[in-house]
Write a protein that binds this ligand. Structure first.
Ligand code: GDP
Length: 337
């Protein structure tokens, strides 16, 4: 990935001015794990951060096929047309390969939105571990908010850990379900429903409309069972269709209401501070893991030790010590030096 040379103040100025070309460059920068890029990225994010905080941050989850892309396409277009919003779409899918088949945020599945000047759709950073993808997405949110996007939608696959990561970066978590797929029960099993602030049974159109209403009622009961603060706020369970656009108004209203609810009792601020705290430690852990994985001198030692495993010369305990020593040497000040 070649994104040099980078003039950070110039990049920041252009991002703040909303230049799409520079936003794309800034996103590529935060997606890189190269140490030189990380340094530039941090400098850029420090300058962009004061221009963030006002956007409505929404996570959207649901099993593959639940209709997330179609929903985001319809909802995003609606927000642009009705509220004059600028809408950013990001995605967290650690299995994404970018060149492979199933890519969240795929341009072809969000055709209308991708054609709008007021929208910016970015597929998930490819591959790697969830921590790295989540970091890049968290930082991409800062870029998009600073660039003047009023709504940031973060799409994720309904598989568990990605949801937890996304819930840690948004204000409101919307779970899309579909009638008759049994995914509401899977959702409960994996604890995803517990993360949901708003639930919508999607594809409530044509012959499906009746089933969707029944499913919404069932889910509403299930939500009460998994809800931990039942007496404080009932999680609304709605129905909608991205085809007919019916119910989309109500879903958006529920998202806005949830944010107002958080703002009213001060918990939006508390939630964001807690997210910052989690974020802080994720960054520390990630940076350590990334330098462990990428530092050439550590890798050199590690390769030698791995090659020697199973022989008399090396055992795992000693090998670990040697790798940690090499790591400490690469990062001065650590206790193993
Ligand atoms: P994703 O995998 O969750 O992103 O799902 P997609 O947006 O790709 O949609 C999966 C399938 O469901 C596609 O064939 C869509 O055309 C269809 N679909 C999406 N939204 C609706 C809807 O509101 N009503 C109906 N009937 N079908 C839908």
């Amino acid at each position: 990935m070649v994104i040099m040379p980078i003039d950070v103040p110039e990049l920041v100025e252009q991002v703040l001015a909303g230049s799409r070309q520079h936003i794309a460059k800034a996103l590529t920068l935060v997606e890189s794990s190269k140490p030189a890029h990380r340094e530039k990225a941090r400098e850029m994010l420090r300058l962009l951060a004061p221009h963030t905080g006002d956007a409505i941050r929404v996570g959207i989850s649901g099993v593959p096929g639940a209709g997330k892309s179609t929903f985001i396409n319809a909802m995003g277009t609606k927000l642009i047309d009705e509220f004059n919003y600028k809408v950013a779409v990001l995605a967290v899918d650690p299995s994404s390969t970018r060149t492979g088949g199933s890519i969240l945020g795929d341009r072809t599945r969000m055709g209308d939105l991708c054609n709008r000047d007021e929208a910016f759709v970015r597929p998930s950073p490819s591959g790697g571990h969830l921590g790295g993808v989540a970091r890049a997405t968290r930082e991409a949110m800062i870029v998009m908010e600073a660039a003047g996007y009023n709504v940031v939608l973060v799409e994720t696959v309904g598989v568990g850990q990605s949801e937890v990561a996304v819930a840690g970066m948004v204000d409101t978590f919307l779970m899309l379900s579909v009638a008759g797929t049994g995914d509401q029960l899977q959702g409960i099993k994996k604890g995803i429903l517990e993360l949901a602030d708003v639930v919508a049974v999607n594809k409530a159109d044509g012959d499906n409309a009746g089933n969707a209403r029944v499913s919404a009622r069932d889910l509403s009961i299930a939500m009460k069972l998994v809800s931990s603060d039942a007496d404080k706020r009932r999680v609304p369970v709605l129905t909608c269709s991205s085809y007919t656009k019916e119910g989309l108004d109500d879903v958006w209203q529920a998202i806005v209401d949830h944010r107002a609810y958080l703002e009213a009792d001060g918990s939006l601020q508390a939630r964001r501070i807690e997210q910052q705290r989690e974020w802080l430690w994720n960054m520390v852990r990630n940076e350590i893991l990334e330098s462990l994985d990428t530092d050439p001198s550590v890798q050199q030692v590690a390769e030698k030790i791995e090659a020697g495993l199973g022989t008399e010369a090396t055992n795992a305990l000693e090998g670990a010590e040697q790798i940690l020593r090499a790591f400490a040497h690469a990062v001065p000040g650590l206790p193993w030096a």
